[in-house]
Design a protein around this ligand. Structure first.
Ligand SMILES: Cc1cc2nc3c(=O)[nH]c(=O)nc-3n(C[C@H](O)[C@H](O)[C@H](O)COP(=O)(O)OP(=O)(O)OC[C@H]3O[C@@H](n4cnc5c(N)ncnc54)[C@H](O)[C@@H]3O)c2cc1C
Ligand code: FES
Length: 284
């Protein structure tokens, strides 16, 4: 029986012990953790989808939802990219290679792969929002023949805060992905690319709204402006997907902490089509 199915049938709150294979500093206060399952089972049976998240826990330090950053096409390790902000994430940063902690999941509704297949993809990421989008991006690159053009627009607040820097730089050598990036501010004058908010990148490429799906993840303020831009370019509302972040506790639709309007972000999302959340004032 698959690990995930087995956990769900036994007890949805029962955590799975995992250990750290590598713990790679990214930018200040952000690390990429590569994980393996403690009992040696492979991630194949975990069967996650791009856009899903896990609940990470450390005994005595609590639990937090964290997006899965690796694609289901690469199952040697499961990767999460974490920003150190509070109790759980500080404790996680104290753990070295080989240390054990716990996860539950995978949870939530990820990106709608079946809808996206066969179409052009526009991925718009801001800051740590690249973490869940990277799972979709690497999935699409690993299954390149199943998707049409792929464009990644990534914005960070300054040049020191680019996540997955070397991976992103390698995209410049590829002909099958267009990568555009921006920084909000470049006080030292070292940035050779676009300086300004991520929506400015739309002027640097041609898009064909009819057969493109746009997916985005980033700070809430980014969504408003990116959605406005997409609609002004002629994107249909149902060609726009957002991944939302809300305070969560249970992660499985039981506690109500993550409610937005009549939806639970943990089970109905975190990925929503724009028409699903358009009328919910607090969604964006
Ligand atoms: C679906 C989902 C996916 C996520 N993916 C990632 C990820 O890939 N990497 C990552 O680093 N973080 C991610 N987060 C955010 C992460 O869960 C929070 O930062 C979490 O609070 C960290 O736990 P902590 O115990 O370290 O911090 P805490 O001690 O709980 O809190 C730190 C501070 O952040 C505030 N806070 C807590 N949660 C949120 C939230 N969701 N939005 C705004 N403020 C909050 C608290 O009020 C407090 O001020 C995700 C959240 C969600 C809902
Ligand atoms: S986190 Fe408990 S219902 Fe969503």
């Amino acid at each position: 029986m698959g690990v995930n199915k087995q956990l769900k049938e036994e007890n949805i709150y029962k955590p799975l012990p995992v250990s750290i294979v590598r713990n790679l500093p990214q930018i200040k206060d952000h690390r990429l953790f590569q994980l393996k399952i403690e009992n040696g089972t492979t991630w194949e049976t975990f069967s996650h989808q791009p856009g899903q998240f896990i609940e990470v826990s450390i005994f005595g330090k609590g639990e937090a939802p964290i997006s899965i950053s690796s694609p289901p096409t690469r199952l040697d390790t499961l990767e999460i990219c974490v920003r150190k902000v509070g109790i759980l994430t500080n404790a996680l940063f104290e753990l070295g290679k080989g240390s054990t902690f716990y996860i539950r999941g995978p949870y939530g509704r990820g990106f709608p792969i079946d809808i996206l297949k066969g179409h052009k993809l526009l991925l718009v990421a801001g800051g740590l929002g690249l973490a869940p989008l990277r799972s979709l991006l690497l999935y699409a690159l690993d299954k390149r023949g199943e998707f049409d053009d792929i464009i990644l627009m990534y914005g960070t607040n300054n040049p020191d805060n680019v996540l997955f820097k070397y991976e992103l730089l390698s995209f410049f050598d590829r002909k099958d992905i267009k990568y555009l990036y921006s920084v909000d501010k470049d006080e030292e004058g070292i940035w050779k690319q676009y300086v300004g908010v991520v929506t400015g990148l739309f002027d640097q490429t041609e898009l064909s709204p009819d057969d493109t799906y746009a997916v985005m993840c980033g700070p809430p303020v980014m969504y408003r402006f990116v959605i406005q831009k997409l609609l002004s370019l002629g994107f249909a509302k149902d060609h726009i997907y957002v991944s939302l972040e809300r305070m969560m506790k249970c992660g499985v639709g039981k506690c109500g902490h993550c409610a937005i309007g009549d939806k639970y972000c943990c089970t109905d999302g975190p990925v929503f089509s724009y028409p699903e959340i358009e009328s919910i004032k607090e969604a964006i």
